[in-house]
Design a protein around this ligand. Structure first.
Ligand code: NOJ
Length: 504
């Protein structure tokens, strides 16, 4: 058995926005396949594909209407096979996103369930009688309004933790477990190297449907406060999935989107017979502050002390504001994001990059009329949504398509990204792309555990084997007494604030 994933760098591909091969303005599998050499050259180990299954697109693929096919928007099963084949030939592993918490309301299961309350598919979902005229309990949707929608025909309500177009599956129903075993096998048989599990802590809801305590906290993650989720039964599912993937000899992995502010709550999911790893967002929600960053690293590592799973490290994904923008934007934000890249890639354990992070892209402030995220529309602009981090990648110079598409990109690419294209950054050894490439080329040389050095306030310094990572967050210029292998900024003898270096 190979534990290839323990120090692997995963690259998240938001399929709609990576590369479009057929000019319809939406990225697709053939577009990804054509750009695999770019990913090889970048130096990542694996790609994670966001959902490419048939979907009405209410949540851009996180509303699946057929779990065992490819949406025609993105290609065909043959395109999928060809993509996996070519990726493997380049020594890149491929993991797929699996969405077990909810299906689309247009999945035949749900259509059957709505059409006939006595249909067996009704038991695949959570339909319950209301309380008086209202829903069965006070549970809110994560995206505003109640988590229940009334099925007018039967008078019952169905549960959806997200949009009404995403009805939650009822994991207490054995058929649902059997379905997903079959779905996992379908993709494993086609050579997939693992799964990213969407909303992994929420599959089972409290069967008593007890009310949540009001007022609902304004926490970043509803999993922090919802008593209804994080139910003990879910662990049995992951134990059986771990056994299932263990039957395949390509060592497939399971990575859970298990999101709690307190990382110790992730630990039960990472017991040795459950998930291989889970996203750890402690760094992602940490401002540019040395003590806070060090604390995020230490608490993440300590939380997993009792299990064998490594903490994962993430700074960006398709749900959050781009890093340079979070760090203040402009020149300063990018400078910090570049320093953070050297911190991120020096940490022991799996790293997850999000497409465009390697280009230092900023969040795009899109006009309301082009926004597509259901969060924006459901929450009436109260939450701006996630379109700004999902703008298609600028490959080559020249608007409007930027080499992403020969047509009109599904979200407009800003003209200013002319300075940020892959083509330009490839030719510039001081670009963010070149920094990522250089760091990834050295990544395998960072071995062993992390050992902190004492360092002045505002700085972070640690060893990984014989390489030292020094990050000056906002301290006084830091003297460097070793050979600089790589630096996020041009250096004299001192490491200025907002810069990082790897030394030997
Ligand atoms: C988490 C995914 O990352 C997000 O994009 C999606 O909207 C929700 N889960 C619901 O599936």
């Amino acid at each position: 058995m190979s534990e290839w994933w323990r120090d692997a760098v995963f690259y998240e591909i938001y399929v709609r926005s990576f590369a479009d091969s057929d000019g319809d303005g939406v990225g697709d599998l053939a577009g990804i396949r054509a750009h695999l050499p770019y990913l090889r050259e970048l130096g990542v180990d694996a790609i994670w594909l966001t959902p490419f299954y048939p979907s009405p697109g209410a949540d851009h693929g996180y509303d699946v209407s057929d779990y065992s096919d490819v949406d025609p928007l993105f290609g065909t099963l043959d395109d999928f096979d060809a993509l996996v084949h070519d990726a493997h030939a380049l020594d890149l592993r491929v993991i797929a996103d699996i969405v077990p918490n909810h299906s689309s309301n247009r999945h035949p299961w749900f259509e059957n369930a709505l059409a006939d309350p006595s249909h067996p598919d009704r038991a695949r979902y959570v339909f319950r009688p209301g309380r008086g005229d209202g829903p069965p309990n006070n549970w809110p949707s994560n995206w505003g309004g109640p988590a229940w929608t009334k099925d007018e025909a039967s008078g019952e309500w169905y549960l959806h933790l997200f949009a009404p177009e995403q009805p939650d599956l009822d994991w207490h129903t054995k058929q649902v477990r059997d379905d997903f075993d079959e779905i996992l096998r379908f993709w494993l048989d086609r050579g997939i190297d693992g799964f990213r599990i969407d909303v992994a802590a929420a599959l089972y809801k409290d069967a008593t449907l007890a009310d949540e305590i009001e007022p609902f906290p304004a926490s970043k993650f509803s999993t922090d406060w919802r008593k209804a989720v994080d139910q003990p039964e879910v662990h049995d599912v992951y134990r059986s999935w771990r056994r299932l993937v263990g039957e395949y000899d390509n060592d497939p992995v399971l990575v859970g989107e298990v999101v709690f502010s307190d990382p110790t709550r992730m630990t039960p999911y990472l017991r040795n017979d459950e998930l291989h790893m889970a996203f750890n967002f402690t760094l992602l929600f940490q401002p540019w502050d040395a003590d806070g960053i060090r604390d995020a690293i230490d608490t993440s590592r300590a939380a997993l002390g009792e299990v064998d799973a490594p903490p994962t490290w993430v700074l960006e994904n398709h749900d959050v504001t781009r890093l340079p923008t979070r760090y203040g934007g402009g020149v300063e934000g990018l400078r910090r994001a570049r320093a953070a890249a050297l911190l991120l890639l020096a940490l022991p354990g799996p790293v997850y990059l999000y497409q465009g992070q390697e280009l230092g892209l900023e969040e795009v402030d899109l006009p309301d009329e082009v926004r597509q995220d259901p969060i924006f529309h459901r929450m009436k602009g109260e939450r701006i949504g996630r379109d700004g981090c999902r703008v298609p990648l600028p490959w080559e110079n020249g608007p409007p398509g930027f080499g992403f598409t020969t047509g009109a990109p599904w979200l407009p690419i800003p003209d200013a990204w002319d300075a940020k294209t892959v083509e330009r950054q490839r030719a510039d050894e001081r670009s963010t792309l070149s920094l990522y490439r250089a760091a990834l080329a050295l990544h395998d040389e960072l071995r062993g555990d992390l050992a902190w050095h004492e360092s002045p306030p505002g700085t972070l310094v640690f060893d990984r084997g014989d390489i030292v990572c020094a990050v000056n967050v906002d301290g006084a210029p830091l003297a460097l007494d070793r050979t600089v292998l790589l630096a996020s900024e041009p250096l004299d003898d001192l490491l200025p604030p907002g810069a990082a270096a790897w030394l030997r």
